[in-house]
Design a protein. Structure first.
Lengths: 353, 554
């Protein structure tokens, strides 16, 4: 039903190009995350969709309606877009009670009083804030204020919900909890969500699709698995999870495999890159490497340089002849630096540089 | 912090308490005591007078009427101006900010003199131009209710402007954006979000403007008295002049009954947590685009601000240099340095006034800079007994209107040799401006991590050594700025001096006032011009100090 389509979105602040011709689609009921380092233009993209910034070029479409198209002279102001938005710092109005905060969008729409009361009650249940209607924001914890902001965005049953780093002001434990809850609410309400974060774990856990951004551009859009398993380039590979970049001597492309000869002569079979280029790196996730004391077929010999016990796993640095790589080992006995080990690479992929 | 003190620490602590007792607690206590007790019997004399005085209701009404009108005007000017400066893309904002806050750096009576030079029926430039153009009599008369209102509003609106501007600056723009996302059009956002959120600040600024109007003496003395518009402060002054201390006490009690509760409310609002809106990361507010009306609005704002300050100040300067005040101001040859020369080198009265004021300002600035630092340190960084009391005492006199404080000093010291000497003026200055020193030092002390001092204590330095070796050097900038901040107003102080300075030894403020009253405008304006120069120099100095040494002044 409601799809958000962004085409060639351009937004400059003076000479700074904050969003550099970004395009993406979000299908109805889909959860898209804009992920990227600080200052890459995530917030600006979101604010353009919200109508809080006026884009310089491109087109934004929500459902059937074009809400912004500078070339055609179209700009729908934010209050006419029927979009819910949750701000990073909650933006809960301090002079209104929880009830008044949440009821505000409905009052604007002139709904009858009892209808307002019913809908506020329902959304309060949805975000688990029953009984706090008459409190003022300063009487709430950070997490509760966050829920009020979420409830206020949901109560008008918008077609699209925008969230800008909604969890970044919460402590780690609450953050995980809210992650799960927001995802759950989205599933139940069936709303289209565009979510902004720079926390890759958050993005992986919640999204149907992730758009990785850097310097105002989108580098890759895909499901979390696609992005993790087949990164479009070295930046994406490094930004999403841990990655080793191995140097190679030569490449041979086969049907849907690439045979890679590493500097130390070892041969590897890797997944092909998502698009061709003239230079590549071999990406190996530390968790895709098996470590053992005995040589195995096709294994790479090495020496442990450093071992860090992390509780559930051990983080090894292994010297494989000129290059030190990270290995994440679950279980097994703790091996000490200096030990001779053999590494088996279970999965590797080529990424264009 | 360490709880046991050495002998010298106790000595300093006792000294602090004694100084505050003599200069603050005792005078204020005597003010109330004398209003209640007469010849050792409780008579409530001041309050009886209050009931019986036939003149009192009229004066009270005058005062309140003036304050209400000035306050409403202050809101009407201050709020839109603050909004334009903070929330729109108006050009030349820095210039506007400077112009808008300019009246604040000058003593009120100087502005009154400026306005008199502009709109006095006979010597005012406007009326002279009117007559040169062929008119008869005058078209504007500053000596009227609306003249009084104009002068006071043009100075006291700055309170509303500053509090509103800072509320708008500190307000998180996403609070407004959230409302727009909820579907509220801009007009509703303004009505339901922005205005309610900044209302406490507007009210706080309005209360300050109201109290300032009620407590001010200089403007109603120079403009209200000729207009036969008496207010509480001017009546207190004339009662004291006629040795009717009982009457002065009655009016003082009334004045305090009006101003103190309002100041308490203002403090309450300013501290209120409920409306704290600064949260999370600061985001830039989206400036409202004024579009093609940018420059017309700018022109309008400047056309409004110029007459409010620059015009009266320029005519003040003109008057200082006109050989005789009635000469045509549009003939260059009518100007000379004669008045200035007379004031500085010929007239013995103004010469002693300048000398006395310099001595008074230097000594009180020095005393306050030192004592203020000590009080700030004791209050903020020690656990000594009576810290709260010390803090309250140090800031209490600032809440008193100058004329009431002067009356308190009279009651306290009338039977001592201090009475009718410049030494009593010094004590009154010290008391009145002490809070400047304390606040400035508190400000800079707050920026310094207490561990720096704790490190000194653990290295074996006692409290006093810590204070002199660590604290003083670190808050040097604060001490320097508090010195300047006290020096400037005391050099030109009017209200306290006019009441307490001996007739033969007037201060600059009192000398200016006497000259104005006796119609010796040339000398009065020449002296006023000197004050203007000192104020501007002081302002520049304070900017340099705060920029060089990185302190924020109060
Ligand atoms: N109002 C503005 N005026 C000028 N420059 C801006 C403005 N807003 C954003 N920028 C610039 O645009 C770029 C993108 O900013 P944006 O806020 O979109 O980044 P972000 O990806 O949300 O970063 P973060 O993770 O730190 O929130 C940055 O270089 C920023 O400095
Ligand atoms: Mg951001």
């Amino acid at each position: 039903m409601v799809e958000v389509i962004v085409r060639d979105l351009l937004k400059k602040f003076g000479s700074v190009v904050a969003v550099d011709r970004v395009s993406f689609n979000v299908k109805h009921g889909e959860f898209l995350t804009l992920l990227g380092p600080s200052g890459c233009g995530k917030t600006t993209t979101l604010r353009c969709i919200a109508g809080l910034e006026i884009p310089d070029d491109g087109e934004i479409r929500i459902g059937e309606k074009i809400v912004s198209a500078p070339r055609k002279g179209i700009f729908v102001p934010p209050e006419k877009r029927n979009i819910g938005m949750v701000f990073q710092n909650y933006a809960v109005w301090p002079h209104m009670t929880v009830f008044d905060n949440i009821a505000y969008p409905l009052k604007i729409r002139r709904l009858p009083k009892d209808e307002i009361r019913r809908r506020v009650k329902r959304v309060l249940e949805l975000v688990h804030l029953e009984g706090l209607e008459n409190r003022y924001p300063h009487q709430l914890s950070g997490g509760q204020q966050q829920r009020v902001a979420l409830a206020r965005a949901l109560v008008m049953e918008p077609e699209v919900l925008l969230l800008d780093e909604p969890l970044s002001n919460l402590d780690a434990k609450l953050r995980e909890e809210m992650r799960f809850e927001i995802k759950e609410i989205q599933r139940r309400v069936g709303i289209t969500v565009i979510y902004v974060t720079h926390d890759q774990a958050e993005a992986m856990a919640m999204s149907d699709k992730i758009a990785v951004m850097n310097k105002g551009r989108i580098l890759q859009i895909g499901t979390p698995t696609e992005i993790y398993r087949k990164p479009a380039n070295a930046f994406v590979a490094e930004f999403i999870g841990l990655a080793n970049f191995l140097e190679y001597k030569s490449l041979r492309f086969e049907n849907n495999r690439v045979s890679v000869e590493l500097k130390n002569g070892v041969l590897l079979l890797c997944s092909p890159p998502v698009k061709s280029s003239d230079k590549y790196v071999v990406v190996v996730r530390p968790s895709d490497i098996e470590i053992s004391k005995e040589p195995l077929p096709g294994s790479i010999p090495g020496t442990i340089v450093k071992a860090t016990f992390l509780g559930g796993s051990v983080d090894y640095r292994v010297d494989i002849g000129g290059q030190v790589i990270r290995v994440e080992s679950k279980g097994g006995e703790l091996m000490s630096p200096g030990s001779r080990v053999y590494l088996v690479i279970r999965y590797c992929v080529l990424a264009p540089l | 912090m360490i709880l046991r003190y050495t002998f010298s620490e106790y000595a300093l602590w006792i000294l602090t308490l004694v100084v505050l007792a003599v200069t603050v607690a005792y005078p204020i206590a005597m003010l109330f005591y004398s209003s209640i007790v007469e010849d050792h019997t409780i008579t409530f004399a001041a309050f009886q007078r209050m009931i019986k005085d036939p003149f009192l209701p009229k004066v009270t009404l005058n005062t309140l009427q003036l304050a209400v009108v000035v306050t409403f005007l202050s809101i009407a000017i201050g709020v839109p101006l603050a909004w334009l400066v903070v929330r729109t893309d108006l050009p030349a904002k820095n210039l506007i900010k400077v112009l808008a806050t300019l009246p604040f750096i000058f003593p009120p009576y100087l502005l009154a003199m400026g306005w008199i030079s502009l709109a006095d029926p006979s010597i005012g430039i406007i009326n002279r131009v009117y007559r040169i153009l062929g008119g008869h009599g005058f078209i504007v008369n500053i000596y009227s209710f609306w003249g009084l209102v104009t002068v006071m509003a043009s100075r006291f609106y700055v309170y509303v402007f500053l509090t509103t501007a800072s509320a708008l600056e500190q307000m998180d723009p996403s609070l407004e954006e959230a409302a727009r996302m909820c579907g509220a059009p801009l007009s509703r956002v303004a009505r339901e979000i922005t205005i309610p959120l900044i209302t406490p600040s507007i009210v706080a600024g309005a209360l300050l403007a109201f109290v300032a109007t009620v407590s001010n003496f200089g403007i109603p003395a120079l403009i209200g008295l000729p207009a036969h518009y008496a207010v509480l402060t001017t009546v207190i002054y004339s009662d004291i002049n006629m040795y009717d201390l009982e009457g002065a006490a009655a009016y003082s009690m009334l004045l305090l009954a009006i101003s103190l509760p309002l100041l308490v409310v203002e403090r309450f609002i300013a501290r209120g947590r409920r409306y704290t809106t600064v949260t999370g990361r600061a985001t830039r507010p989206t400036l409202m685009k004024l579009g093609s009306s940018r420059y017309p609005i700018l022109a309008l704002v400047i056309a409004f601000l110029m007459p409010a300050t620059l015009f009266p100040l320029s005519t003040l300067v003109m008057m200082a240099f006109l050989k005789e005040c009635y000469l045509n101001p549009f003939v260059i040859s009518n100007y000379s340095f004669k008045n200035l020369y007379d004031v500085l080198f010929v007239n013995p009265d103004t010469q002693t006034a300048i000398q006395d004021s310099l001595i008074l300002a230097t000594s009180s600035a020095t005393a306050i800079a030192m004592f203020g630092a000590l009080v700030a340190y004791i209050v903020l960084r020690t656990r000594m007994a009576g810290r709260t009391l010390i803090n309250v005492l140090a800031s209490a006199p600032f809440a008193l209107p100058g004329s009431v404080l002067a009356l308190a000093m009279i009651f306290a010291f009338i039977k001592t040799p201090l009475f009718n000497t410049l030494a009593l003026v010094f004590v009154a200055y010290f008391s009145r401006y002490l809070s400047y020193g304390v606040r400035t030092c508190v400000g800079s002390l707050l920026q310094i991590d207490p561990t720096l001092e704790e490190a000194a204590r653990t290295s074996g330095a006692p409290w006093i050594r810590t204070f002199s070796d660590i604290v003083i050097p670190l808050i040097k900038a604060g001490i320097v700025s508090s010195w300047i901040l006290v020096f400037m107003p005391t050099l030109s102080e009017l209200t306290v001096s006019v009441i307490l300075a001996p007739p033969t030894r007037p201060t600059i403020g009192k000398a200016v006032y006497n000259l104005m009253e006796s119609g010796q405008f040339g000398w009065a304006y020449a002296l006023g011009f000197l004050v203007l120069l000192v104020v501007i120099a002081g302002q520049i100095a304070i900017n340099i100090v705060s920029r060089r040494l990185g302190v924020k002044t109060v």
